[in-house]
Design a binder for this molecule. Sequence first.
Ligand code: 5GP
Ligand code: MN
Length: 333
Amino acid sequence: MTTETTPVPEEVLSALRKHKRVLIAAHAHPDPDAMGSSLAMAWALRAIGLEALVFNEDGMAPCLKFLTLPGPVLSSLDKLPCEPDLVVCLDCGDRARLGETIQPLLDRVPTVNIDHHLANPRFGTEANWVDPGMAATGEMVAYIAKALRVTLNGAIAEALYVAISADTGNFSYGNTTPGALRLVAEMAEQGLKLSHLRECMENNWTEARLRLWGRAMQNARILEDGRLAAALITLEDLRECNASREDSEGIVEQLRRLSGVRVALMLREEEKNGKVESKASLRSSGKDNVRDVAAQFGGGGHRNAAGATLPLTAEKALTVMQPYIRFVWNRLQ
Ligand code: 5GP
Ligand code: MN
C-alpha cells in the first residue's frame, strides 16, 4: 500500500507529527497484540525522531520476552524523565482498559486512540482511529509506520508480526484480512524470519502450563447439549499447578475445537483486594456473537472473542453467564 492510499486518518498522522514526547500505552494484562503494537509504535516514532516511551500497567508480557525492545516497558509513571505531550492508546475498547495508574495522566494530556474493538466510544481527545475491520491493532500500527515512511524490517517487523499473528490465530480466524496477509508477505520479503518467531511464540511451555492445561481439559464441562464447553480454573488449580495467569492463555481456543461447540468459555479466578473474582474469556465462530454476552457483564471485545471480569467465583460466574450464552444460538435459530 502506498502512502497515497493509506487507510490512516490524517488527524492521526498530524497528531503524531506535531508532538515530541509520546507515551504509548495499551490495555492492562497485555496480550501479544497490545504489547506488540505498543513496541512497534515506539520503534516507528523513534524512527521519525520523536521520544517514545512504552507504558503498561502490568509491564512487559512475559511470553514476548524474546523480542528486541525499544527501551524498558514502564509499569509505573512515577519516574518519567519528563511529562509526555501526547499519549497514544492502543488496543483498548474503552479508556478504563488502560488500567488505573494512567487515568490521571489521561485527564491532563491529549490522547490518540487507535483500536479495532467493536463499540469503542472514541475516547481519544486529539484523534481517533477505530476500525473493527482491522485484524489487529498491530495491522493499524503497521499502516501508520508505512505512512510515516518507516521500513518494516528488524525489530519493528517482529513486534508487528506477533501482534497480527496472535490476534488472527496465526492467520486462521475470520478476522484475517488480505491486508494483514500482504503486510506479513511484505515483511517476509524484508527478511522477517517466520519460523524462528513461531518457535519463540509456541515452543516455550513451562511444566506448570502443561499441568494446568491437562487439568483444564480433564475437568472441562460440556453443557447445553454440547454447544457450550467451559473450563473453570480456580485459585486452587493455579496454586496446585504452580501456574500463573498467563499459563491459561489459549485454553479457551482449545475448548472451541470440540465438534459441535458454539461457545467456549474459560473462567479463571483471581484474587483482588482479598476477594475472588473471575476473568471470563469467550470464543465463538461466524455469526455467533459473544461480545454481547461479555457486554452484559461490563466487558467487551469482538464478535468471536470477548472477555469480562465478574466479582464472583468461577462456579457462580458460570451460573449467571449461562442464560446469556444460550441467547447466542437462540437468537440465530
Ligand atoms: P481475552 O479473552 O483473550 O482476554 O480477550 C478477548 C478479547 O476481548 C480481546 O480483544 C480483549 O481486548 C477483549 N476483552 C477481554 N476482557 C475484556 C474486558 O474486561 N473488557 C473489554 N472491554 N474487553 C475485554
Ligand atoms: Mn487486539
